[in-house]
Design a binder for this molecule. Structure first.
Ligand SMILES: [Zn+2]
Length: 345
């Protein structure tokens, strides 16, 4: 009998017992090999819903990951808020080039008709198509994971990181004004994605938390209230992904209402488990830029099995999969999980 991957994933995400720990990616899955095999390549797959769908499905159907994950950038909301975005190439992700609110929050407001702006219609269309394709037959349901930037990422994109940090310390009112609008923006966009059938959202956010540039007091007093509001108002489970060494911040982050936290290999899985207890599930943390990009399948497997033995709830790369990652190394993630169960028995 084919396992229901969607049910298995949701059980793992909510902390219920599972037959097998899911092996997938909550962060970006587009690779050059998959682009070549599907004819759906970057940069077009960032704006064309059919190509976005084809590349997302390949992560499951070809690479074997136990979820479908899309899109492949963190610039959708920044672009709508007026940032110039370079769309990148086949192996370089889109990036933000300008910061229209670097002087302050004057004229900062929620865009009208948000869901019709920029590439949001592309993402929503892709969600609808994928929902139809992944839940047709109950026996083979596959979970649908949408990615989107969180409020801190939108803030740092529109205003620049250094301003965000300065205002956090010296102009808390200004910091709050940005967080208010960026959080509202994320909530409306997130709920539109859930309305169209995504099972969960992964929100890579707070790279500045992981970079240790932001004092813990700012996270606790000025960011946490907004994360809590976001988790309360969003109509589905949210996974927070944090880049970098977030060891010290994990307790605070786990108190915000996120269903799970996705961490990089810089954080020890064991220490992370101790820090967050059962307040959230842990996802990670095989090194995507080291092991998965440059290692052999055997090295990937060894690292994946360490994660499993350390108690990870969902086995995944510690961050977005690098576009040049060999297909065999992605497949090794799922194979490692299967071997780990066989070796355990
Ligand atoms: Zn990351």
């Amino acid at each position: 009998m084919e396992r229901n991957l969607r049910k298995n994933f949701l059980d793992a995400l909510h902390g219920n017992p599972v037959d097998r720990i899911p092996a997938l990616s909550v962060t970006q899955t587009g690779t050059v090999e998959l682009m070549d095999m599907t004819g759906a390549a970057w940069p077009e797959a960032h704006s064309d819903p059919k190509k976005m769908v084809a590349l997302a499905l390949a992560g499951h159907e070809i690479a074997g990951l136990e979820a479908v994950r899309y899109p492949y950038c963190l610039t959708v909301l920044a672009e709508i808020m007026g940032c110039n975005v370079r769309m990148g190439t086949k192996d370089i992700q889109p990036s933000v080039l300008s910061h229209p609110f670097s002087k302050g929050p004057e004229n900062l407001r929620m865009p009208e008709n948000l869901l019709e702006k920029g590439r949001i219609p592309t993402i929503l269309k892709a969600t609808e198509i994928l929902k139809n394709l992944t839940v047709n037959e109950t026996q083979s349901e596959v979970p649908l994971i949408a990615g989107m930037e969180g409020p801190l990422t939108v803030f740092t994109h529109i205003a620049e990181i250094k301003n965000c940090l300065i205002w956090a310390l010296k102009k808390p009112d200004c910091f709050n004004t940005f967080m208010e609008t960026c959080t509202e923006l994320c909530i409306e966009y997130a709920n539109a994605i859930f309305d169209r059938g995504a099972d969960t959202l992964c929100m890579p956010d707070g790279g500045i938390v992981g970079s240790r540039m932001m004092p813990p007091s700012v996270l606790e007093d000025s960011v946490k209230p907004f994360y809590k509001r976001l988790c309360e108002k969003v109509n589905g489970p949210v996974i927070l992904h944090i880049c970098g060494d977030v060891g010290d911040s994990l307790k605070t982050l786990s108190e915000c209402g996120f269903e799970a936290i996705s961490i990089e290999e810089k954080v020890s899985m064991k220490a992370a488990k101790e820090a967050i207890g059962d307040r959230a599930r842990l996802i990670g943390n095989v090194s995507p830029s080291g092991t998965m990009l440059f290692g052999t399948p055997d090295v990937v497997k060894a690292e994946a099995k360490e994660c499993l033995s350390a108690g990870v709830d969902i086995l995944a790369p510690g961050c977005g999969i690098a576009p040049r990652t060999p297909l065999a190394n992605i497949r090794a993630l799922v194979e490692a999980r299967d071997e780990w169960y066989e070796e355990k028995d």
